[in-house]
Design a protein around this ligand. Sequence first.
Ligand SMILES: Cc1ncc(CN)c(N)n1
Length: 227
Amino acid sequence: MESTAPGNGGEFPGEFTEWMRERSEPDFGAVVAHPFTEALFEGKVPRERMRGYLVQDYQFVDLLLALLGAGLARADRHTSRLRIAGSVAVVTGIENDYFRRSFDELEVPRHEREAPELDEATVAFRELLRDTTERGSYADVLTVLTVAEWSYLEWASPGPERLPEDFVQAEWITLHNGAEFADWVNWLRSELDRVAGELDERERARCLRLFQLATRYERDFFDAHWQ
Ligand SMILES: Cc1ncc(CN)c(N)n1
């Protein structure tokens, strides 16, 4: 696998995000067409699996929020900060409300909402998020955010013919395939493509490694709730 990015700074030939995605196969494709999300489209994720997945995901989302904070701090322009702040509002607003209603429906007690025992896949992903939040450049932060959001848009966007009746499954799809979420993902990608133009070869190679690792962790996260 080619691991170093072409060019020595200046314009990146083509889309940097597409270039990284191509080099993150077969993991990226495995996330986009995962048996977990296929079952979700049919409303057939067993209640206990959905419950376990959402409990772990809430712990992921917490550090994703911290990563958005790092993006806010490190962005190089005001318009970018405004866009990231819009996503913070979604995660803390409708998304948090979804988790609260789903946890009520699935009878998740308080200690499991706030401090559950973490799966191995959650621990690994949280370490990557924490490390990128503490030490990553703006491009690194955008890279990890892009994997997390783009891979979710991609699995969710075909959408099922009919949404599951169970709101817990139905809204997990609609949270990730609406026009607003697609706009956010498109912005993230174009922002990273823009910022990549200023990176040198070493920095681009580092983004690629992060992209590949985050994609692997997304795959492991779904696998942990399906195998
Ligand atoms: C593991 C994971 N990856 C991505 C997302 C989409 N924000 C999420 N909720 N959970």
